[in-house]
Ligand binder design. Structure first.
Ligand code: ADP
Length: 920
């Protein structure tokens, strides 16, 4: 045994990787540290395997990383199984193996360790690999492809692939699997392996390493230190592109591409190793490519969903059902209306139907053939016409006003860009670019920038304010709360530290004396960027030369405040930031009238929050909290009842005496709440116990676990929101929804919980809830009156009417929805697409396509995901092509007679074409 001292953190990762060049190594570290070591070491040596409770596999490799508690645990032995084209396999056998390995069967594969079976297609998503699609004909593999889990589309053919699958044997103990040649590295002696390296003070081998200096964004200082040439510098960067960005600011550097967290100083060789974290104070997360997909496209109808038929009104979707006519079979949606009325809607008319989405109120069922629905529609139509007119009027007024036209980007902008610790997401770049173009035009800008919390809107605001400051214009940033203002203020100060731009805050965190000083300087023009709450609207705030206004979360300001904002100064540029995402349909209706930038994608590598529903168990909760605190994180504990929250605190204190708890609830004084939250952000507490009052806009990257007590009392939407408060930092985040024991739940809560549990990883349920919430937020973008209208007829019908009103005012015609009769079987057989939910979603997409191109894409996707077309599927695709053509021509009816298809407009034939011959 050899002992080694003086190694810590990332230096230890380097050491382990270096050792493993010569011999296989087993590295045993603290449980809270192993994820981090795994990521670091794997960036050096690919063949590194982590053994923890989620991934318990074992296979030939160079380095094994685990924690003491897993050393004597049974683990599963996996072996590589390869698959190639033309190989014969037993599909049943493969499915059994997948289950034995721990894969879960799903309708759609979205996450690692899931698989799905549809006819002859098997989808599976191996951990640390790309999703694979295996297409079989009988027992023979006829095609192998990788696919994208978000779009569900293939991304390329492959010849062969390998998947780690259970070897089918009994589990083994790690101890027994380690052979004599494996070197064991640990800070204590384990009875395992023959050769050990002990990490202990005063070792046989001593390293003399010190922590690296932290620059945390101050690139000026780094540059001057480099320039002095007193030491050698070596940079450890997570990706090569970073070197380019650094070079433009600090000159040539020596570097290696390694994802290490902390740098160190090697005194013996007089070399300073610096990581991205040392330079910027933040680190890029694991790179992953994101492809934003509109959720509208993913959703079908569930049984009992409320639906709106444009002509018949609100009903309830019961099921998909087939009806046999004389010459063919048609698939219909059965919709129940008030009383015993039923409507059977053929699927080719599905685009007259939308899921009803309102703002949370249960809708009233319409009566088939009733007058009421018509009247409701007329009323709404009047309102959308008014709104469209207002929008157009505003648009033309704005285009006549004169404002300041900014010049193109100055060099300083490049420097600010380079000092950003991350690469901007494409959406961020596009938003910045569009907003810059707005500022450079003479027309005063008014743009809405939408993106979910944590999607990086602050950086956009920063660039805009900076651009204004470079031309001597002042910027005012208005936030809905003191806390948010404080947070933005801190970010701005930190980012702009090395630039000659002055930032100040006007809020009640400032004393009266400070405030009057600041106000005087705003008047003189010596402060460039002023951040604050609606306090900024008071008459004593006078700018010397206000050029730009940025309003965060506009919907949270009152009507009077909004009026004031609009009238503040004509001709200035205004940008609104909002976390209420705009659904695509509304976005399309409004573009052209309102400038909108949508940020669909989170910064790269943001990991999904791991979500679990657990029964109340003190020991489990203790373990969860301890785990988070030991890895240096913080916890939100939500308990939504003021009467019992004090008991919960006592309980937690007894359970975990060493944890520092901060208690907040709805009756805590506002100023005290703010103070406590700032202290919490500063790290003075480990756990924030509160009712559900914590604002969602606040960035707390160190909070990576949220525990929601009595989760069954919350709606899905609320849970989604609560979960969204964690997972904004580099670490894997966790959400635990705690429910009482099964016996205690009310039937209703049981049902909700069932819904929660039945969606694996809660993905689809949340997606629905999230979309409903988006739509609920629409009212705040459009206004209160619109919100009411949306409730009466549902969101989609509303947007449809709004779109029509806008088109009419602009003198464009809207094509009618044609009635088509091709006298042929056209549907997805349920063997082909077994899930009715998926079928409705695809019918919907097929009947909604607006272009040939889009139709081709859906066709490819269907063939890709479900395999070869049979006759009814081919007919269905033909039908949707005919529909497209009819809309293009403005036909209102299409009928097949024999081998010819006739297109009519008001009874007149406007086009005819032969029925295609599918046999060729
Ligand atoms: P928002 O204002 O949209 O709620 P923030 O601007 O507060 O979001 O961003 C959330 C976090 O993400 C911040 O810590 C920010 O530094 C980080 N961030 C922003 N843009 C990127 C990016 N392109 N890549 C990685 N992280 C980013």
């Amino acid at each position: 045994m050899i002992s080694v001292s003086g190694l810590q953190g990332s230096a230890l990762s380097l050491f382990v990787a270096a050792i493993a060049r010569r011999r296989r190594a087993l590295f045993i570290a603290e449980r809270s540290q192993i994820d981090r070591f795994y990521e670091e070491i794997r960036s050096i040596e690919k063949r590194t395997v982590l053994i923890d409770e989620e991934r318990t596999w074992f296979e030939p490799c160079s380095i094994l990383i685990t924690a003491p508690e897993f050393v004597s645990r049974p683990i599963q032995v996996l072996t590589q199984r390869s698959f190639r084209i033309d190989q014969f396999i037993d599909p049943e056998d493969l499915l059994k193996l997948l289950i034995a390995t721990g894969y879960r069967r799903e309708d759609v594969v979205e996450e690692e360790m899931e698989f799905a079976v549809r006819g002859g297609v098997i989808d599976l998503y191996p951990p640390d690999g790309q999703p694979i699609r295996i297409e079989l004909f009988g027992d023979k593999i006829v095609s192998l492809r990788n696919f994208n889990a978000q779009t569900q589309r293939s991304v390329g053919e492959i010849e062969k692939c390998a998947v780690r699958l259970s070897a089918g044997d009994e589990p083994a103990i790690l101890q027994d699997l380690i052979d004599k040649t494996t070197l064991v590295i640990s800070d204590r002696v384990h009875r395992i392996g023959r050769d050990n390296i002990l990490l202990a003070p005063g070792g046989d081998v001593r390293y003399d390493l010190k922590p690296a200096p932290a620059y945390f964004g101050d690139l000026g200082k780094l540059k001057s230190d480099l320039f002095k040439k007193e030491h050698k510098y070596h940079f450890l960067l997570p990706y090569a592109g970073l070197e380019k960005r650094l070079k433009s600011v600090i000159g040539e550097i020596e570097y290696s591409v390694l994802a290490l967290r902390e740098g160190f100083v090697d005194a013996k060789h007089d070399t300073i190793y610096l990581t991205e974290y040392d330079i910027f104070g933040t680190a890029t997360r694991k790179k992953r490519t994101y492809q934003g997909l509109f959720i509208d496209d993913l959703l079908g109808l569930k049984e009992n969903d409320y639906v709106v038929h444009y002509e018949h009104g609100i009903g309830r979707f019961r099921k998909l059902t087939t009806i046999d006519l004389e010459d063919r079979r048609i698939e219909c949606l059965q919709i129940d209306y008030a009383g015993t009325d039923k409507l059977f809607l053929p699927i080719e008319r599905i685009n007259l139907l939308e899921r009803y989405v309102g703002t949370g109120i249960e809708p009233r069922l319409s009566r088939l053939g009733g007058e009421l629905w018509l009247r409701v529609k007329q009323r709404v139509k009047k309102s959308t016409e008014r709104l469209a007119l207002d929008l157009l009027r505003l648009y033309s007024i704005r285009s006549q006003q004169q404002g300041h036209a900014y010049g193109p980007d100055a060099n300083e902008m490049e420097a600010l860009k380079a000092s950003f610790a991350y690469e901007e997401t494409p959406d961020q770049l596009k938003a910045i670019q569009d907003a810059f173009r707005d500022m450079e035009s003479k027309r005063p800008a008014e743009r809405l920038i939408c993106g979910d919390v944590g999607y990086g809107k602050t950086e956009i605001a920063l660039r805009l304010a900076f651009k204004a400051a470079l031309e001597g214009k002042q910027t005012m940033i208005m936030c809905p709360t003191t806390l948010l203002a404080f947070q933005h203020y801190n970010t701005f100060v930190k980012r702009l530290k090395t630039f000659p731009v002055r930032v100040e805050m006007v809020s009640r965190f400032r004393s009266r004396k400070e405030l009057s000083g600041i106000l005087a300087e705003i008047r003189k023009g010596s402060i460039d960027i002023v951040i604050g709450t609606h306090r900024l609207l008071q008459p004593d705030v006078q700018f010397k030369d206000l050029g730009l206004m940025i309003i965060d979360e506009e919907q949270r300001f009152g009507v009077a405040q909004k009026e004031k904002i609009k009238n503040l100064k004509p001709g200035i540029d205004i940008f609104y930031l909002t976390a209420t995402p705009i659904p695509r349909t509304l976005y399309m209706a409004l573009t052209g009238l309102k400038s909108i930038s949508n940020i669909h994608t989170p910064p790269p590598g943001r990991k999904d929050v791991v979500t679990r529903v657990i029964y109340y168990d003190q020991e489990e909760i203790r373990r969860i909290i301890k785990f988070e605190v030991e890895r240096g994180g913080q916890i939100f504990f939500v308990h939504n009842r003021i009467q019992t929250i004090e008991n919960v605190r006592r309980n937690l204190t007894r359970l975990l005496p060493e944890i520092r708890i901060c208690l907040l609830h709805g009756r805590t004084r506002e100023s005290l709440t703010e103070k406590r939250i700032i202290e919490f952000i500063d790290g003075k507490y480990d756990l924030l116990l509160s009712t559900a009052i914590i604002e969602s806009g606040i960035d707390m990257p160190r909070v990576n676990t949220i525990i929601v007590d009595e989760a069954h009392n919350f709606g899905l939407g609320d849970l989604h929101q609560l979960r969204g408060r964690v997972g904004r930092g580099d670490e894997q985040a966790y959400a635990y929804f705690v429910v009482g024991s099964p016996e205690k739940l009310t039937p209703d809560a049981h049902q909700r919980l069932g819904a929660l549990l039945s969606y694996t990883s809660l993905g689809s349920g949340f997606r629905l809830a999230m979309r409903d919430m988006e739509i609920r937020g629409v009212g705040s973008i459009l206004g209160r009156e619109q919100s009411g209208q949306i409730n009466t007829i549902g969101y989609y019908s509303y947007v449809k009417m709004l779109g029509e009103s806008i088109s009419e005012l602009r003198g464009q015609k809207t094509a009618p929805e044609p009635v088509i009769d091709l006298k042929t079987d056209a549907f997805f057989p349920d063997k082909y697409i077994p899930s009715a939910y998926e079928r409705t979603a695809l019918y919907k997409r097929l009947m909604n396509t607006g272009s040939q191109f889009e139709l081709e894409q859906i066709k490819d996707e269907i063939e890709d995901r479900f395999g070869k077309f049979s006759a009814p599927v081919r007919n269905l695709l033909w039908l949707s092509a005919i529909r497209l053509k009819a809309r293009e021509l403005g036909a209102d009816e299409v009928v097949r007679k024999g081998q010819q298809v006739y297109f009519y407009e008001q009874g007149k034939t406007i086009h005819q074409q032969p029925k295609p011959d599918f046999k060729t």
